[in-house]
Design a protein around this ligand. Structure first.
Ligand SMILES: *Cc1c(COP(=O)(O)O)cnc(C)c1O
Length: 461
């Protein structure tokens, strides 16, 4: 399988190259040149497979030619071995035909483990084949950092450096990163804010001379392999409620548009999806584009669902590519205009977007109300991101005979502030993390200074 850039100017690459490159060199994102597509009969025949077997079926066409089947199977088994539920992605029925897909049974209790557990192993394999090493550099405001560290800690060909803003992440989030004591893992607390950290990462990618020949890699959500791994649970959950013999709908708490884009791909691959609901918090650019064709930036709001506090959703470009008939030159021009200011989509592109997605926006007050209503009714505790997904599902659901599956993107223990504001008690840490507050921590505190951070990285690789 070949991958092409959404902006049409970068060369088409193989899976391995796309995996290591992250962003295309024309500024675009890589997408598969063609998608595999499956008949109803074939999808139906997957109903009795384990999650791992299904993952192999769904992802194999994307990696074929780059990784041998046996090696890929082993990677999948290892990636999901650390999940604490035997079905990996269990489902809970919270109302009639209304399901929650629990994607938080991985090591860091958020859905990002699904992709990052596999990504670290894929990178390690490809690097070892090529006899190369890679330096992973990322910034985090909380969730992504710990999932990336857990995914990369066992990789012999990767060093990982994660910047977080000093004293500005929660203690659980910090400890999930800093208690990983492996000699290829480096946590850096920068005496600045998240934007300062992200700025340092961007500058470092733009000029890598400080690395003296080593290469940087990215594990952020623009990496194609992350999207690929997320397609699997759309199939597993849909099969669990009777697809492909009936339709299913999904509601997805959305930030960078990576997770829901995987759902759109599942639909294109043959899964009979009725509705895909984009659920946003107050940072609602996606809701405004879908509902009103208004693609304008607004000031970033800090909300109770911080993993969705995003001003511009980077993966939306992948959908816009399809919405413009995969015309890279046109998309290049559109994204250049968007970098200058606000845009509207042309009519055919907006119609395309609306034909595939519904959307709904939920504020903090409503988020807490949903957490407390659902808990009162069913004793089921939602995290704030999932609460937004469930509320959007209820508001947008057109045909109640079609099962509606809301993706539960995080465990509520990670977001005690929202849970307590909703009048519920924050749950205790799951067994594998129960001693988190007693574990040894290791991190370096560095001034808010690019040169200081870069020399720390260069000295430690
Ligand atoms: C990352 C994240 C999201 C947003 O996912 P995208 O793929 O960026 O849209 C939602 N909820 C939680 C808990 C997350 O960590």
């Amino acid at each position: 399988m070949k991958y092409i850039s959404t902006r049409g100017k970068a060369p088409a690459l193989s899976f391995g190259d796309v995996l290591l490159a992250g962003l295309a060199n024309d500024g675009g994102l890589y997408v598969p040149e063609t998608l595999p597509s499956y008949s109803k009969e074939e999808i139906a025949s997957w109903a009795s497979l384990s999650y791992q077997e299904l993952a192999f079926k769904v992802m194999w066409p994307f990696v074929e030619g780059e990784i041998p089947a046996d090696a890929f199977k082993t990677m999948i088994d290892e990636a999901y071995a650390g999940f604490t539920h035997t079905s990996i992605a269990p489902m809970v029925e919270v109302g009639k035909n209304e399901w929650v897909l629990e994607l938080f049974r991985g090591p860091t209790l958020a859905f990002k483990d699904f992709a990052l557990q596999l990504l670290g192993r894929l990178m390690d394999y490809v690097l070892s084949e090529r006899k190369e090493k890679l330096v992973i550099l990322g910034a985090t405001s909380g969730d992504t950092g710990s999932a990336a560290i857990e995914g990369c800690r066992h990789s012999e060909h990767l060093d990982i450096f994660i910047l977080h803003p000093f004293e500005r992440v929660s203690e659980v989030q910090r400890r999930q990163m800093t208690t990983v004591i492996d000699n290829n893992v480096f946590n850096i607390a920068v005496k600045g804010n998240f934007d300062d950290c992200q700025g340092m990462v961007k500058s470092s990618f733009a000029d890598q001379s400080f690395l003296k020949g080593a290469k940087l890699g990215a594990v952020n959500s623009i990496n194609w392999a992350r999207i690929m791994a997320q397609i699997v649970y759309y199939f597993s959950s849909a099969l669990a409620v009777g697809a492909p013999h009936r339709k299913v709908s999904f509601s997805v708490p959305t930030g960078n548009f990576g997770d829901i884009f995987a759902g759109y791909l599942a639909k294109k691959m043959g899964l009979p999806i009725d509705q895909l609901v984009v659920a946003t918090n107050q940072n609602d650019i996606l809701h405004r584009v879908i509902a009103e064709n208004d693609m304008s930036r607004q000031a970033l709001n800090k909300t109770l669902s911080p993993s969705m506090d995003i001003m511009v959703s980077s993966n939306f470009e992948r959908l816009l590519f399809d919405a413009h008939e995969r015309n890279g030159a046109e998309l290049d021009e559109l994204m250049a205009r968007f970098n200058q200011g606000d845009i509207n989509l042309k009519d055919s592109a907006w119609s395309f977007v609306k034909s595939h997605f519904d959307s709904y926006k939920v504020d903090d007050e409503r988020t807490c109300a949903v957490i407390s209503e659902v808990f009162a009714g069913t004793q089921y505790l939602l995290d704030p991101h999932t609460a937004i997904g469930l509320e959007a599902a209820r508001q947008c659901w057109k045909d109640k005979s079609v099962p509606m599956i809301t993706l539960a993107t995080a465990h509520p223990v990670k977001f005690p502030e929202a849970v307590e504001k909703a009048g519920c008690e924050s749950p205790s840490l799951p067994a594998h993390m129960a001693d988190l507050f007693e574990r040894e921590e290791s991190y370096s505190v560095i001034e808010n200074d690019l040169a200081a951070v870069q020399s720390f990285v260069a000295e430690n690789i």
